[in-house]
Design a protein around this ligand. Structure first.
Ligand code: GLN
Length: 494
């Protein structure tokens, strides 16, 4: 039963729990056992919260038995990227500088999941401060890709993506600043959905680039991702950038299909060098499927999207250089003692931050400095505005956009880690929607010739999550992808 339970979707578990066929404790136990059996290989979790998960599951069972009414995700296991604060539970953001930090409060995402009666299994590994596209920048461990343990799971939400793909949990939350949920979802054959910027509160989500950071769900189906997003989204007075409008019911209209919809194909994305043939082919097939389902396919242009990576790698580091100045050894985590306060701060930051984080702080500090601000930071902001306008113009011609999620499938450990530019280019298709603040999601479109999952990206207009999910759901039903990791180097599921 345990093995069977871990293969269920959140919606499938909901049916079993509601019918009384299984208890929340059994569901939690099955997933905790599976984590124990597989995490030596996968290394997706930094902390497994066995005791508190079982306590929560018992509470949920009691509430269901009393008919006391339980939340949307009652008894459903979830995992959280270690970027979200969890009261009294270690929260490292993948960095040595936060080693030993136990936050005194819960992030809004954490408390909303608890209020929805989800069962929190633990905290997942990530690239340090969410900077990375492979998971190789975690200061703690290397999460592997369940489809091929010698390949990267994608990043920066490496643990959340791998945990969902490896059946350790049906749902997980990650954060997407430039693609950190969509790209790992693509690499491991699951769904990752970034909503419109401002939909999910950033309160208690450790800041990387505040104008871009968005909490986003991972799931094995589009429907499950919609559930989780509904549970965590919505206005929060604790985040001044949170959108006041209520979040729509995504499950309504999810099955309405794409008949009569206009779907835009972004011309520039197919012209990009470095696009692997397997990725191109699966994306093209997805476009044909949409056409077969009754959508009208139109070609659109995002002429400034090619400058997205350059603009992003100025804006995101600039915001990071400012956000990360709070890690000074005075208030949180690590402190390396020295003779003066200034030397203590320098020594703490030298010892606490990894190479990529230091690179970003230096780039960002330079881009913001007097004399260079206009040429770099302000210029990047102007490019951002042009990209935003490109999206607005494209959405006058169509209801949703489709493209590959990443130019490649999962690469091998070490393949790009010595070449930051090659690594940054993996974000080429995800960054434009991040800069525009528009919703965008990845869903599996099949396998490439190496047997690795390919992700296809569906993008909607600002506040257009309903349309985006509808397109993704129609495509998912047509593709009928089996998310079970398989192949010669795949995770042994037991
Ligand atoms: N890979 C991108 C970066 O390294 C995106 C990260 C993210 O979305 N958090 O900045």
């Amino acid at each position: 039963m345990g093995e069977l339970l871990v293969t269920k979707t959140a919606a499938g578990l909901r049916n079993l729990l509601d019918a009384g066929d299984v208890s929340a404790v059994e569901v939690a136990q099955a997933h905790l056992d599976h984590i124990e059996a597989t995490d030596d290989q996968l290394k997706a979790f930094l902390v497994v919260m066995r005791e508190s998960a079982l306590t929560k599951a018992r509470e949920v069972d009691a509430r269901i038995a009393d008919g006391a009414g339980a939340g949307l995700l009652a008894g459903i296991p979830v995992a959280l990227k270690d970027i979200f604060t969890t009261r009294a539970v270690p929260t490292t953001c993948g960095s040595k500088i936060l080693e030993g930090y136990r936050p005194p409060y819960d992030a809004t995402v954490t408390s909303r999941l608890d209020a929805a009666d989800a069962v929190l299994l633990g905290k997942t590994n990530m690239d340090e401060f969410a900077m990375g596209s492979s998971g190789e920048n975690s200061a703690y461990q290397l999460t592997t890709n369940p489809w091929d343990l010698e390949r990267v799971p994608g990043g920066s939400s490496s643990g959340s993506g791998a945990a969902v793909a490896g059946f350790q949990t049906p749902l997980a939350v990650g954060t997407d600043t430039g693609g950190s949920v969509r790209q790992p979802a693509a690499f491991s054959g699951v769904v990752g959905a970034k909503p419109t910027y401002g939909r999910v509160s950033r309160y208690g989500m450790i800041a990387f680039a505040s104008s871009l950071d968005q909490a986003s769900p991972f799931a094995r189906t589009v429907t499950d991702a919609a559930w989780m997003l509904e549970a965590i989204a919505g206005h929060d007075p604790m985040d001044s950038t949170s959108i006041p409008e209520p979040f729509p019911n995504l499950r309504e209209g999810l099955e309405a299909g794409v008949g009569g919809m206009r779907i835009g194909v972004v011309r520039e994305f197919f012209e990009s060098e470095g696009l692997e043939p397997g990725v191109r082919d699966r994306t093209q097939e997805a476009i044909q499927r949409l056409s077969k389902l009754g959508a009208q396919i139109v070609e659109v242009s995002l002429p400034h999207a090619v400058y997205g990576v350059s603009a992003y790698y100025l804006i995101a580091p600039s915001e990071c250089s400012s956000n990360l100045s709070r890690f000074d050894g005075v208030r949180y985590g690590l402190r390396v003692d020295a003779d003066s306060a200034e030397e203590m701060m320098a020594a703490t930051r030298e010892a606490g931050f990894g190479a990529e984080v230091k690179r970003r702080i230096m780039i960002g500090t330079y881009a913001l400095s007097a004399g260079y601000y206009d040429a770099y930071y302000a210029q990047a902001q102007r490019v951002r505005t042009l990209i935003l306008r490109d999206f607005a113009a494209a959405f006058e011609q169509c209801d949703a956009l489709i493209s590959p999620t990443a130019p490649t499938t999962a690469f091998r450990f070490g393949d790009k880690s010595d070449d930051p530019l090659a690594m940054y280019l993996n974000d080429i298709f995800t960054i434009p929607a991040s800069l525009a603040g528009t919703p965008a999601m990845s869903l599996p479109a099949g396998l490439d010739e190496k047997g690795l999952p390919v992700g296809v990206q569906v993008m909607g207009p600002v506040l257009g999550e309903q349309v985006m999910f509808r397109v993704a759901r129609a495509l998912e039903a047509e593709i009928a992808f089996d998310p079970t990791p398989r192949g010669p180097n795949a995770l042994e599921l037991g």
